[in-house]
Design a protein around this ligand. Sequence first.
Ligand code: ADP
Ligand code: ZN
Ligand code: ZN
Length: 685
Amino acid sequence: MDPVPLIPETDISVIFQVAIPASPCYQAFDYLPPHDTPLDNVQPGIRLEVPFGTGDSKKIAFLLAIVKHTDCPLSKLKRVTRLIDDEPLLKEKDMQLLHWLSQYYHYPLGEVMSSAFPVSLRQGKAALLPVKKKSVMNKTEVPVVSVEQELQCNLSQQQAINAVCASLGQFNVFLLEGVTGSGKTEVYMQIIRTVLERGQQILVLVPEINLTPQLEARFRKRFAVSIAVSHSGLTNRQRHMVWMDVQQGHSAILLGTRSALFTPLKNPGLIILDEEHDSSFKQQEGFRFSARDVAIVKAKLLDVPVLLGTATPSLESLQNINRGRFQWLHLPERAGFAVAPEVQIVDIRNKKMLEGLSSSLIEQIKITLARNEQVLLFLNRRGFAPTLICHTCSWVARCLQCDANLVIHARQNRLRCHHCFSEQPLINQCPACNTPALTPLGLGTERVEQVLASVFPDKTIVRLDLDSTRRKGALEGFLDKINSGEADIILGTQMLAKGHHFPNVTLVAILDVDSGLFSVDFHASEKLAQLIIQVSGRAGRAEKKGRVLLQTRQPDHPLLTTLINQGYRDFATSALAERYAASLPPFSFQALLRAQATDSNKTELFFEAVLGLIKRQNLTETRVLGPIPAPMLKKAGFYRYQLLFQNNNRLELQKFLAVLIPEMVKLKQTAKVRWSLDVDPVDLY
Ligand code: ADP
Ligand code: ZN
Ligand code: ZN
């Protein structure tokens, strides 16, 4: 046997380049290899432990490369403490994706790499396998895959299935535009079956954790393979198991929210991203990435097709269809016997309302319940009421930390700020003028629940919002109540809008459409149109015809009239034309630099320095707008400002950022603020 070659202590030609998760470190770090280490099996991608910072502190780092040269004086180089993995947990393609992410989002590579791993592995725990299972991915033994019988597809479903199946094994982006209830999930499942038969894995991404139980149940009923589910509700240990399970190829299907995207697949065959228009696919803090965009990049690297599904395509995706970049698949009609619901505007100007419910809505609810059908009411505001006011002196309960009103939570007797964590007991005497009565203004789900209970005392009402579903298992309990028919009226926030399939709901009402009609953010109208269509889509999904009521004081608003009379596609076409005329995305590309500090002077100095830098570097190609105060200037005690960068060419914008950001992090003013860069921002807040 040949002796294992060791790295001689004195050999300076072996330098380990590592990425360390330590924001804001953009550069790689050079280290000496650990003592007495066989060089043979050391591969980029493995985790290692390195001394970092002062004293004895250590960090888990990732090996990027073994090189022969360092710019660092050798005497300054520290030595890697130990190697953690024998072989990399990520394959080369996965590593490439992480490099791409770091470059495109201008986020430190160490942080990006760290976010690809579950907490346990980030902490340096051993990559132990779950209990020994046989890999279903072993190509020689194709599994026993379907249990439940497949539905007989209609023609458009079959065409969609055929198109994707014909593309397996190569990269392609498909956009499946199917009206709500058109049977997109059935299309997914039949394609998944084909991929399983090829012995490959499928990654299925949904925008929110709430949508996982329902889809998981449908998959489990259909497929006799191991299904892994990954979302923020799991414990660290569960996450570890899921990650390893998929990495090892034990699980054939990985269903999860956006972070599941980084789980390495042993044998990838297909990526599906449901509700592609949903802005929850965008991570809004820390490492800000768009799971939809990254899914496409990942599919390209892996040479697999990616299937985006939605009833309301994002304007970006529609533009990609127009440009021929995405292949368009269309399900124009509801599946089975279901037909499109009838949508009607309820003009509530000068109408007497009972806590947000018009008399015609109450009438329709009665009729629906008398038929033993379910009613779904949508209001995108939780709590009892958004404002507590004194009618004597106009005092309003405000958050001291934010430019926002405190929201009344009557059940818990609390006033809460929805923007920071501050809260206080609910008061009933005005602190300004001592008037012994304060008035709740406006509507929240708690308040509507109360009035519904008084109007329909013998009916079961289920309220679904962030507050009512906080407890583990609560959401599943409510969904059971709805599906078993026990619930008569379902009331909720945007949690209800997405993906759910409640066959016995025939009446849907949006209590307050107007709150979304006027916004400073150009994305708002697109989001509102999608929301209206999605909520409406919960009505009449089975044999019984559905009805949708939109309560509004703006019955002639063009967004509403176009959407209702002509449909989402016509709305989207005119919205795209407006974006084109104004050179807004998807016809241009943006990045938003946000900064905040408890002292607004510091943000001012920071942006001054950034603008100076842009000037010095002569970066004239990209438009620089601002800095302007954020729409909510003060939040959680911080004053927030932002600077917008815009270019008609994505590459040019990237070049601009690639010059700017590394220089910017070196500025002394940068260290004095909390800043973030948001590439392709989906909202300007
Ligand atoms: P989407 O995801 O497009 O909103 P789903 O996949 O949830 O729609 O389908 C809506 C309903 O239609 C489900 O009950 C589903 O079982 C049913 N369905 C789907 N395809 C067919 C079909 N080809 N024939 C009959 N029913 C179908
Ligand atoms: Zn008062
Ligand atoms: Zn606050």
